[in-house]
Design a binder for this molecule. Structure first.
Ligand code: UDP
Ligand code: MN
Length: 308
């Protein structure tokens, strides 16, 4: 190749590189499009807008209602208006976050709650981990900021329609942000149904916290909550594969809030019958060497929402 030919090639390659760069840059999302956790500060333009100013003095505490979710649309249509009215009657400042699992792994309630917590904890100072199919029916069940030294279990065993053991903390649990951080959130090892809440109970106990429960409730197991859950229509995924049974019986000291791997693909602001919610489309990642039971089907899991 002559020196001239080499220079020509360099020119052509340089041009191609520049054009490629322009295409790549134009495809990159602008920084304002990033899906970032909520932050406390408001922009100047927000501060100027009177329609965004609270009409009543802002309450001291803010509740993020974190709802692990997949495919339960009918329940969601009941849950959102019901909870919005219920919390409004109590004057609880709150927002409902639907943690919508969009990957193709088995459902992971605990990891979704970890992700919801990471998204909201800069702005909200306590969370309610809340099943979408469990509706509180008694206004005496208070969702106010739990001032005791431990989490407050609303779906108490003596009130829950189905689970009655003393260490049960599932269904609906209020946790202050610093309490959730203290125990490193929930384990990420629980794919499929069950035991993640029991493991969380052990985390609470090991951290020296005590769970409180509602007191003086006059209703009982049949009329405190409505559990809109038909066990034939909504089958629980109780399958166990690989060494899931053995591992998930033990306390997990490795995984939690600090180790959950995920992407938030999209944040939707929407409303149901006038009640507003935020839907996070969450793609959980699974380390298939650590927890191969995130997919019991024998197929290689396609950890993507994309279909072809
Ligand atoms: N869930 C969901 N989709 C599923 C499985 C579970 O949205 O495929 C959520 C939903 O919020 C549900 C909660 O996880 O209420 C707990 O699951 P489930 O109701 O099966 O447990 P239960 O407490 O009734 O045994
Ligand atoms: Mn249920």
């Amino acid at each position: 190749m002559t020196a001239m030919a080499t220079i020509n090639w360099l020119f052509i390659c340089g041009l191609a590189f520049c054009l490629g760069g322009v295409v790549v840059l134009s495809l990159m999302p602008l920084s304002s499009d990033c899906i970032c956790p909520l932050s406390r500060g408001r922009s100047q333009s927000d501060a100027d807008r009177s329609d965004l100013q609270p009409s009543v003095p802002q309450s001291e505490h803010k509740l993020a209602v974190l709802v692990p979710f997949r495919d339960h649309f009918e329940e969601l249509l009941q849950f959102v208006p019901h909870m919005t009215k219920f919390l409004k009657r109590q004057g609880v400042e709150h927002k409902i976050f639907i943690l919508n699992q969009v990957d193709r792994y088995r459902f992971n309630r605990a990891s979704l709650i970890n992700v919801g917590f990471r998204f909201t904890s800069a702005v909200y100072d306590y969370i309610a981990m809340h099943d979408v199919d469990l509706l509180p029916m008694n206004d005496a069940l208070l969702y106010s900021y739990p001032s005791a030294a431990g989490p407050h279990h609303i779906a108490a065993p003596e009130l829950h329609p189905k689970y009655h053991y003393e260490t049960f903390v599932g269904g609906i649990l209020l946790v202050r942000v610093e309490q959730f951080e203290k125990v490193n959130g929930m384990s990420n090892k629980y794919w499929g149904w069950g035991l993640e809440d029991d493991e969380f109970y052990v985390r609470i106990r090991d951290a020296g916290m005590r769970v409180t429960r509602p007191e003086g409730i006059k209703t009982g197991v049949n009329d405190t909550f409505k559990h809109i859950h038909n066990r034939y229509h909504r089958k629980r995924d109780t399958q166990k594969c690989f060494n899931q049974k053995e591992v998930t019986r033990k306390r997990d000291r490795e995984t939690g809030l600090s180790t959950v791997k995920y992407k938030i693909l999209k944040v939707h602001e929407m409303s149901i019958d006038g009640a507003s919610i935020t839907v996070l489309n969450i793609l959980l990642e699974c380390d298939e060497k650590e927890t191969p039971w995130c997919d019991c089907s024998g197929n290689v899991a396609v950890a993507s929402a994309v279909t072809t």
